[in-house]
Design a protein around this ligand. Structure first.
Ligand code: NAP
Length: 852
C-alpha cells in the first residue's frame, strides 16, 4: 500500500521523472511518481507517429548519470528513431528497477498548498489525495497537444490522428486519401512516410519551415572517439556549452564574408546533417536580421534544388521568419515528397480552410474528400502541462491566474507563491532551446541537492522572492530582446495558441550561462530564495544577473584574453593599444559624406572629422568630443558612434580632436573644446550646417569636454547652444562616488584606470576647477537642454547622476537615461552589442529634439 504522505511527489515518468526517481531513492526521500501513460518515456511514449526521430545525435541525447549505460547500450543510428529511444527508456527503467516506483495510468487532477501544514495536497485521477512536502512537475515541455482551432473538426467522420497522440498499434494509410495539417517538425517528419503509403496526400501548410536532411547513418565517428577518449571532459563541455552539445561557438559574422564564402561554410555544416552545426555556422545569425538572411537564403536555395515545380518550391520556402526563430526541422526526404505525383501542397494563406466537413475539407474555392486527417498542429508548449494540472498556491492563487500574462519563474525552476513547487525544464530555463538530456539532468541535480540541503539544515520550505523572480524575468527578456526570435510567430513565443501571452517562453541565454547562474544562486546562499524551518529563516535577497547579456559575453570574452591593464602602460603604449582595438570594430552605418579637416584650437590646429547626413542640408550641428580619458583617442576614434548618431538624428556631426594629456594637461582639452565650438559656429554655413542650431556632445572624457564647453559658452558670451548630449560624462574629479567602488573592477573602465587618467590630466587642486569637474560649477543655471546617459555598471555612474540632478535643480531641462545593465563602453559599441541600440536611438531622438 503506497504511503499517502511522502516527502516528494513527482508527476511524469519521462527522462526527467525517471532520473529524479533514481536520485530520490539514492538520497532517501520518500516519494510517489505518478504517470498518465502506461509506460515510461514521456514524449517518446506519446509521439509515435511514423518518422518520429530525435534531431540531437545519439552521442549527446542520452543519460550521463549512469556511466555503465554507455557500455551497455549501443545506439544503432546517429539520430535515433522513436521506437529505439523508447526502448532505451525501458532498458534504463528495468536496469534500475524504476518500474516498481512508478504509478502508471494515474493523472493528477489538482494540487493545493496548505500554508499551515506546509505541505502540498495532490489529487489523482484514482480518487486518492496524497500529501507531500515537495511537488515536482516533470511533465515535459511539449506534452499537451494544442486544442484544435479549425472550424468543423468535430464533424469529420473519417479517421482522425494527432501526431502527439499516435495510436500504439500504428496506422496503415495504404490506398487512403489523407490530409495532413501542419508543417512543423512532426509534420515534416511524418509526411514522407504517409506519402509512401497513401493513395493521395494533401498537405495543408500555413507557414513553410526551414528543414535540413538528417543524412542519418551511424553516429559520427569523431564524436564517438572524443567521447571514448575523455567522456568527463566531453560532458563538461556539453554542460557549459550554448545548447548542451559541445560545439565551439562560431566567431565568424555572416556579414564578414561574401555570400559565396558563406554558402561554402554552410554547405560544410549541411553535410554533417546536424541542426546545431548549421545554426552555429555564424555568430550573428540569431541576433542580426541581415546575417540571418544569409542562412535563410542558403536554405531556400536548397529547397529550389530539390523541388522540381518552381511554384511549389517557392511555397515551401520560408520568407516571413528568420532561420531558427521558429524551431528548424530535420527530415528524411521531406522536400523530395513534393515531387511525387500523388502529393499536393495547399497554401492556407491563399486557400484558407473554410471548414472541416463530415467527409473532408472545404478550403479556398475547393472541397476535397479524405479518408483520414492527420493533425500535426503542435502543442500548448512549455506551460500547457503545468497550468492544466490545476496548481493552487498560497492564498488560493492558481498558477494559471498568476501566469495569465506570461509565466513568471525564478530560474525556470520555481515560482513566487508556490513554495516547494519545482518545474523541470520550466519556462525561463533553456529547455526546448537545448539538448533536453543535459537540461533535465541539471534540473534534477539542482532539485536533489536543494532538497538534501534543506533536510540537512532544517528548512521546510523554499520559495523565491518577488525581487529575484522579477529580476529573472527581466534578464530573460533582455536575452530575448537582443535576438530576432521575437519577430516570428512561433510556439517559443506562445504565438501558436490563440490567447496565449506573447513572451519568449524558454531562456535563450544558453545552457552554460544558465547553469552558471543556478550555481551562483546556490553558492551565494540561495540568492533570491527564502528558506524557512520551524525555528529558522534565511533570505539572501538579490538578483543573480543584472549586466546586459551581450555585455556580459563581451566581458567574459575579454577576461579570456588576459590583456594587460591599460594603467600599467605608458600613454604611448595605451594609445597604440586603443587604436589596435578600434581597428577591429564594425564600422557603423553609412552616412551621406565623411570628410576630414583642421580647425584652429586654443593653441594650434586641431583635426576634425565631419559626418554629413544623406539628406539635403543645411543640417543642425553637433560638435562631438571623443572618449579616451584625455590621454588617447582622436577625432576618428568614436567613428561608429558618430556615424550612428549622424544617420539616426539627421545631424551634422563634427568630431573634434583635442590636445591630450600628459603632454597637454588641464585645461588644454577644455580650451580646445571651446575654441572648436566657436570656430564651428562661425563657419557653420560653409560646413553645410545651421549656425543657430548647434549642440555639443561627448562620451566619457569627451562628455567632460562637452559639459565644460557648454559652461564656457554660457559664461563667455556664446555661442548659444541648442543642447548638450552627455554619454557617461566625467563630471567630478574631486571625490569618490559610491559607483567608483561598486563598479571599480571588471567593467573595462576600472577605478584604477580612471585614476590613471586623472593623474595624467589634472592635479588634485586643478580637479576642483569647474573646467575639470563641471559638477562643481557655482551655478548650472542657464545651461542648454540636456540629454544625459549614465550606465548602471559604470564607475562614473554616480557623478553622471549627480550632474543630471544638479542640472535639474538649476532649472535646466534634462532628460536623464539610466541604462540598465550597461557599462561605460557598451553603448558606443555599434553593431556589436544589440542591447545598446535602443539607447542610441534615444540619444539620436534627443539630439533631433534639441533643434525642433
Ligand atoms: P509545431 O512546430 O508547432 O508545428 C505545428 C504546425 O501546425 C505548424 O506548421 C503550424 O503552422 C500548423 N498549424 C497549427 N495550427 C494550425 C491551424 N489552425 N491551421 C493550420 N495550420 C496550423 O508542432 P510540431 O511539429 O508538433 O513540433 C513541435 C515541437 O516539438 C518542435 O518544434 C520540436 O521542438 C519538437 N519536436 C521535435 C522533434 C525532433 O526532435 N525531431 C520532432 C517533432 C517535434 P504555423 O507555423 O503557421 O503556426
Amino acid at each position: 500500500m503506497a504511503q499517502s504522505d511522502v516527502d516528494v511527489v513527482v508527476v511524469g515518468a519521462g527522462f526527467a521523472g525517471m532520473y529524479l526517481l533514481h536520485e530520490l531513492r539514492k538520497t532517501g526521500f520518500s516519494h510517489r511518481l505518478l504517470e498518465a501513460g502506461d509506460d515510461v518515456g514521456g514524449t517518446w511514449y506519446w509521439n509515435r507517429y511514423p518518422g518520429a526521430r530525435c534531431d540531437i545525435a545519439t552521442t549527446d541525447y542520452q543519460y550521463t548519470w549512469d556511466p555503465e549505460l554507455h557500455e551497455q547500450w549501443q545506439w544503432s543510428e546517429k539520430h535515433a528513431a522513436q521506437p529505439e529511444i523508447l526502448r532505451y527508456a525501458q532498458f534504463v527503467a528495468k536496469k534500475h528497477d524504476l518500474y516498481s516506483g512508478i504509478e502508471f495510468n494515474t493523472r493528477v487532477d489538482g494540487a493545493q498548498w496548505n500554508e499551515v501544514a506546509k505541505r502540498w495536497s495532490i489529487h489523482t485521477s484514482t480518487g486518492e489525495t496524497i500529501t507531500c512536502q515537495h511537488y515536482v512537475m516533470a511533465t515535459g515541455c511539449l506534452s499537451v497537444p494544442k486544442e484544435p482551432d479549425i472550424v468543423g473538426t468535430e464533424k469529420f467522420t473519417g479517421n482522425v490522428y494527432v501526431t502527439g497522440r499516435w495510436p500504439h498499434e500504428g496506422v496503415d494509410f495504404t490506398g487512403k486519401r489523407v490530409a495532413v495539417i501542419g508543417t512543423g517538425s512532426s509534420g515534416i517528419q511524418s509526411i514522407p512516410h504517409i506519402a509512401d503509403q497513401a493513395k493521395e496526400l494533401v498537405i495543408f501548410q500555413r507557414t513553410p519551415n526551414f528543414s535540413m536532411p538528417a543524412f542519418n547513418g551511424p553516429a559520427p565517428q569523431d564524436r564517438i572517439e572524443r567521447l571514448k577518449a575523455d567522456r568527463v571532459t566531453y560532458q563538461h563541455e556539453a554542460r557549459y556549452s550554448g545548447t548542451g552539445v559541445p560545439l565551439e561557438d562560431s566567431t565568424v559574422s555572416a556579414l564578414s564574408v561574401t555570400q559565396e564564402e558563406a554558402f561554402v561554410m554552410l554547405e560544410e555544416a549541411w553535410q554533417k546533417g546536424e541542426l546545431l552545426s548549421l545554426g552555429n555556422t555564424f555568430m550573428d545569425s540569431a541576433i542580426n536580421r541581415k546575417a540571418n538572411d544569409v542562412v535563410a537564403e542558403f536554405m531556400r536555395m536548397k529547397v529550389r534544388s530539390v523541388v522540381k515545380d518552381p511554384e511549389v518550391a517557392e511555397l515551401l520556402s520560408p520568407y516571413k521568419h528568420g532561420y531558427g526563430t521558429k524551431r528548424p526541422c530535420m527530415d528524411t526526404g521531406y522536400f523530395e515528397t513534393f515531387n511525387k505525383p500523388h502529393v499536393r501542397l495547399v497554401d492556407l494563406n491563399t486557400s484558407p480552410i473554410r471548414s472541416i466537413t463530415e467527409t473532408g475539407i472545404d478550403f479556398g474555392k475547393e472541397s476535397m474528400e479524405f479518408d483520414a486527417i492527420v493533425y500535426a498542429t503542435g502543442f500548448d508548449a512549455m506551460t500547457g502541462a503545468i497550468v492544466s494540472a490545476n496548481i493552487t498556491g498560497k492564498n488560493g492563487v492558481t498558477l494559471k491566474s498568476k501566469w495569465e500574462h506570461g509565466p513568471l519563474t525564478y530560474l525556470g525552476l520555481t515560482s513566487v507563491g508556490f513554495p516547494n513547487l519545482y518545474m523541470i525544464t520550466g519556462p525561463g530555463s533553456p529547455s526546448v532551446l537545448s539538448n533536453m538530456m543535459v537540461s533535465i539532468e541539471q534540473h534534477v541535480d539542482w532539485i536533489r541537492d536543494t532538497l538534501v540541503h534543506m533536510r540537512e539544515q532544517g528548512f521546510e520550505t523554499i520559495e523565491p522572492t518577488p525581487l529575484a523572480e522579477e529580476g529573472w524575468r527581466v534578464h530573460c527578456t533582455d536575452c530575448a530582446d537582443i535576438t530576432i526570435f521575437q519577430e516570428a510567430n512561433s510556439w517559443y513565443m506562445g504565438a501558436n495558441v490563440p490567447g496565449k501571452p506573447r513572451v519568449m517562453f524558454p531562456y535563450i541565454g544558453g545552457v552554460g550561462r544558465y547553469r552558471l547562474a543556478c550555481e551562483e544562486v546556490v553558492n551565494k546562499g540561495f540568492l533570491g530564495f527564502e528558506l524557512a524551518g520551524s525555528t529558522k529563516k534565511q533570505c539572501n535577497d538579490g538578483l543573480v544577473r543584472e549586466v546586459q547579456p551581450d555585455v556580459d559575453m563581451v566581458l567574459d570574452f575579454i577576461a579570456t584574453l588576459n590583456l594587460p591593464a591599460m594603467e600599467t602602460m605608458t600613454p604611448t603604449e595605451a594609445r597604440a593599444f586603443s587604436e589596435a582595438s578600434s581597428a577591429m570594430r564594425p564600422s557603423g552605418p553609412e552616412v551621406g559624406e565623411i570628410s576630414d579637416g583642421v580647425l584652429p584650437g586654443a593653441d594650434g590646429e586641431l583635426e576634425y572629422r565631419l559626418y554629413r547626413p544623406a539628406t539635403p542640408g543645411p543640417h543642425p550641428i553637433a560638435v562631438y568630443f571623443h572618449g579616451g580619458g584625455w590621454v588617447f583617442g582622436s577625432h576618428t576614434s568614436d567613428d561608429p558612434l558618430c556615424r550612428d548618431l549622424c544617420a539616426q538624428s539627421n545631424t551634422l556631426i563634427i568630431s573634434v580632436n583635442y590636445r591630450h594629456a600628459p603632454e597637454a594637461p588641464f585645461p588644454a582639452a577644455a580650451e580646445d573644446g571651446f575654441a572648436a565650438l566657436k570656430w564651428v559656429h562661425a563657419n557653420a554655413g560653409a560646413l553645410g550646417g545651421i549656425a543657430d542650431q548647434i549642440a555639443v556632445a561627448g562620451w566619457s572624457a569627451g562628455g567632460n569636454v562637452a559639459a565644460v564647453t557648454a559652461q564656457m559658452a554660457r559664461d563667455k558670451g556664446g555661442p548659444q547652444l541648442s543642447g548638450q548630449l552627455l554619454l557617461c560624462p566625467v563630471t567630478d574629479g574631486s571625490h569618490q562616488h559610491r559607483s567608483h567602488i561598486e563598479n571599480g573592477e571588471r567593467f573595462i573602465l576600472t577605478k584604477s584606470l580612471m585614476e590613471w587618467f586623472w593623474n595624467h590630466y589634472a592635479t588634485p587642486e586643478q580637479r576642483k576647477s569647474p573646467q575639470a569637474s563641471p559638477l562643481l560649477a557655482a551655478s548650472l543655471a542657464g545651461l542648454p537642454p540636456t540629454m544625459l546617459v549614465t550606465c548602471q555598471f559604470d564607475p562614473l555612474r554616480d557623478e553622471g547622476n549627480a550632474y543630471a540632478r544638479a542640472l535639474m535643480q538649476a532649472g535646466v531641462k534634462v532628460e536623464h537615461v539610466e541604462a540598465r545593465g550597461h557599462i561605460h563602453t557598451s553603448i558606443t559599441m555599434v553593431d556589436m552589442l544589440p542591447s545598446g541600440a535602443p539607447h542610441r536611438r534615444e540619444m539620436a531622438r534627443a539630439l533631433r529634439g534639441f533643434f525642433s
